[in-house]
Ligand binder design. Structure first.
Ligand code: NAI
Length: 377
């Protein structure tokens, strides 16, 4: 099998998400790591890329150098991952799409709705893939949940309740730590803190499993550590186009919660529950029946859940292999088999519209507002 060529921008040594991309992209043999501009410090990035096995002439100092170097090569990369801080995503993603590269962009895809809409148009015009790394949606048991909803196993979805709440920014004495502080500084993070950082994963998941789109929302934001300009806690109520009621809580000051991302989907004939800290189990209760634990790797799962699981029942796969599932779907899409579950630019701009609408709603005392980007109204 000829491997596809993969490059990454950002994700340098010591970064949070870089290792998950490297493990994910290389896990199944679809890609080889060919090029990179991995760090905001050119020399550090070049050095690290070479230590990871990238040839010296493709270990770039910054993304503009990488774009110039790659675009005229016959053996140019097939896919570039953008894993830099948020404010740079738009410019890098747009430039690579325009130059004819497939892109996997980290979330949030852009800082504004207008930028997001532009990415949707640029991606369409280029004919290239623009995926967004909503990697939780690629866990096998999340794909199983979506397939069960689609097959009518819980009937029409009435209610989705989701949390993405942790306590890792809950120590007021650590609020000035530079790695924490920027997330609540509008100059670095944009209009929203915790909702844009973690809440959008939960919102995407609600849409993904219930197979519906957010239409309106009402938000309540709080900066529970008063020095923070942006919110560290948010409660967002929403309604979906199909009438589903949505409730979302996201927090970074929920001390004691480690990676508290979970979702419950309640339909007319059953309910489903999934949690990122127990990702191999999907809890299913048919109305009037017994609660069942559906295990990753067991027989009878839907095709997507089977296809995206590598190891036998009861062996955990976990976060890097959920990211790997995004790369599996990308490899298929690059080869011409587009996978329905792969999150794309449309998901990215819907998230940005939800973020900006939530900010407006919170400022207006929780007013219910249209949360759709204008291109999807
Ligand atoms: P980080 O601060 O830990 O690492 C950022 C890396 O990018 C560093 O290596 C830095 O040197 C490099 N970098 C910065 N500017 C650059 C530039 N202009 N060119 C090349 N490299 C540059 O940040 P972290 O937490 O890894 O986040 C990166 C992105 O990934 C963010 O957009 C974040 O929202 C997203 N993320 C997504 C997650 C997911 O579950 N999908 C989880 C964690 C982060």
């Amino acid at each position: 099998m000829t491997k596809l060529k993969w490059g990454m921008i950002g994700g340098g040594e010591g970064s949070q998400i870089g290792p998950a991309h490297r493990l994910g992209a290389l896990a199944d043999g679809h890609f080889e790591f060919t090029a990179g501009a991995l760090d905001h410090r050119p020399d550090v990035g070049r050095d690290y890329a070479q230590r990871l096995g990238i040839a010296a002439d493709r270990a770039y100092g910054d993304w503009t150098e990488m774009l110039a170097g790659e675009k005229n090569r016959d053996d140019r990369i097939d896919l570039v991952t953008v894993a830099t801080p948020n404010a740079t995503h738009f410019e890098i993603t747009k430039s690579f799409l325009e130059a004819g590269f497939n892109v996997l962009c980290e979330k949030p895809m852009t800082m504004t709705v207008e930028e997001g809409e532009e990415i949707v148009k640029v991606a369409e015009k280029s004919g290239k893939i623009c995926a967004v790394n909503y990697c939780y949606s690629a866990y096998p048991m999340v794909r199983q949940a979506r397939a069960m909803v689609r097959a009518g196993e819980i009937g029409k979805v009435r209610l989705v309740v989701t949390n993405f709440s942790h306590g890792h920014h809950g120590d007021a004495t650590d609020a000035d730590n530079p790695r924490v502080r920027w997330r609540y500084d509008p100059a670095m993070a944009g209009v929203s803190g915790q909702f844009a950082d973690c809440g959008i994963h939960a919102l995407h998941m609600a849409s993904f499993i219930s197979d519906d789109k957010v239409e309106t929302l009402s938000a309540d934001f709080a900066s529970t550590i008063p020095s923070r300009e942006l919110e560290d806690d948010a409660m967002v109520n929403f309604r979906m186009q199909g009438g589903t009621v949505g409730r979302l809580w996201t927090s970074s000051v929920a001390i004691g919660r480690q990676h508290g991302f979970d979702i419950q989907v309640f339909g007319e004939t059953g309910g489903l529950r999934w949690a990122s800290e127990q990702p191999n189990q999907l809890i299913y209760t048919p109305v009037g029946g017994r609660t069942q634990v559906i295990e990753k790797g067991e027989g009878g799962l839907y095709e997507d859940a089977q296809r995206l699981s590598r190891v036998a029942i009861a062996h955990p796969e976990g976060f890097p292999l959920a990211v790997a599932n995004i790369y599996c779907d990308l490899a298929d899409a690059i080869k011409g088999e587009v996978r329905d579950g792969l999150p794309g630019a449309a998901d990215g701009v819907r998230s940005m519209a939800a973020v900006h609408t939530a900010v407006q709603s919170a400022k207006a005392g929780g007013a219910w507002l249209d949360a759709r980007p204008s291109i999807f109204r």
